[in-house]
Design a protein around this ligand. Structure first.
Ligand SMILES: NC(=O)c1ccc[n+]([C@@H]2O[C@H](COP(=O)([O-])OP(=O)(O)OC[C@H]3O[C@@H](n4cnc5c(N)ncnc54)[C@H](OP(=O)(O)O)[C@@H]3O)[C@@H](O)[C@H]2O)c1
Length: 296
């Protein structure tokens, strides 16, 4: 892990799905040597390799380990430990996985053989490798590694146009839960909005079309002004009358919708206070209404 010339580090991928393709193409495009790819099916490895000069597709993952200095294990989370334990690792080589929640200890067989092990998690959605590749610049990559591997992975993140953050050992699941708050759970909240509007006849597509500009405005507001100053709406102002109307309405929508609303509202109040939108007395009055609704 001492090379500083990007091209002198031989990189390989085991598992040639969405993340592997985006990373391999991005790294190759930034002057790195992606030399080998394997996958469960040779066809996937070939798809990855065909866009990279000098990259060979192989049916045998051991070829990747033997031919690369740094191996990315980019298989589904549940397969990482099994893949790592079925291969023969050598001292001084390096291997990382790209899973958010899987501990680096899943790579213990490689570490026992004297290889460097780490985590390299790009904090982005990879539904399509082309789209993901275009969206990588500006993203954060969470890196868990030590010594020379840490510095090497930081340089790889920078080469992809990404920021990096360091993850201490043992906190990956917490890190991953937080990522859901800005990712998949936002979609779950949009589904909640779809259900509410469906009750007075608005279709899913129309609801999404109407709410997406609001979602974009919200993220832009946070980007510009931060969490508290970026907050808008009822809980930025402390409109108690509106809170009462919301709660009365949700009492008919079922306990799940009411519960979700109250929990999110209670999380919003400290931000409204920080923003200076109201005082503690008004915050307490709103909290009392919400807690009462939660207990009803
Ligand atoms: N998708 C995301 O948004 C995202 C974001 C950040 C991190 N990640 C992480 O990145 C990793 C890969 O995820 P992904 O979304 O790229 O998954 P994916 O698109 O499903 O790709 C996984 C690849 O691994 C291959 N594979 C499965 N089992 C294998 C095995 N035992 N040996 C060798 N290859 C095997 C698959 O098989 P075939 O050969 O049949 O194609 C496929 O090409 C995961 O750890 C995931 O948590 C994903």
């Amino acid at each position: 892990m001492h090379e500083h010339n990007p091209a002198s580090l031989r990189i390989g991928f085991i598992g040639s799905g969405r993340v592997a393709k985006a990373l391999a193409w991005g790294l190759s495009g930034s002057g790195h040597s992606v030399v080998a790819a394997a996958s469960r099916s040779l066809g996937s490895a070939q798809q990855l390799a065909q866009r990279i000069a000098g990259c060979s597709a192989t049916a045998d993952a051991q070829d990747v380990v033997d031919g690369a200095d740094l191996v990315f294990i980019t298989v589904p989370d549940d397969a990482i430990a099994a893949v790592a334990s079925n291969l023969v690792w050598r001292e001084g080589a390096a291997v990382v996985h790209c899973s958010a929640a899987t501990e680096v200890a899943a790579l213990a067989p490689a570490a026992r053989a004297g290889a460097w092990t780490g985590g390299f998690h790009p904090l982005q959605l990879f539904a399509d490798p082309e789209v993901a590749l275009a969206g990588l610049p500006g993203c954060t990559i969470a890196i868990e590694a030590e010594g020379g591997l840490l510095r090497r992975l930081e340089r790889l993140a920078a080469a992809l146009g990404c920021r990096n953050m360091h993850l201490p050992p043992g906190c990956r699941a917490r890190y991953h839960v937080a990522a859901h708050c800005a990712g998949g759970f936002v979609i779950a909240l949009l589904k909640q909005a779809v259900d509410l509007w469906a009750s007075f006849g608005v279709g899913r597509e129309d609801t999404i079309r109407a709410l997406l500009p609001l979602l974009r405005g919200t993220t832009a507001s946070v980007e510009r002004s931060g969490l508290a100053q970026g907050l808008a709406g009822t809980y930025s102002r402390g409109d108690i009358g509106t809170v009462e109307k919301h709660l009365a309405e949700l009492a008919h929508a079922g306990p799940d919708a009411l519960h979700l609303y109250c929990e999110l509202a209670l999380l919003s109040i400290p931000l409204g206070l920080e923003r200076g939108g109201y005082d503690e007395k008004r915050a307490d009055a709103m909290r009392a209404l919400l807690r009462q609704a939660l207990q009803a």
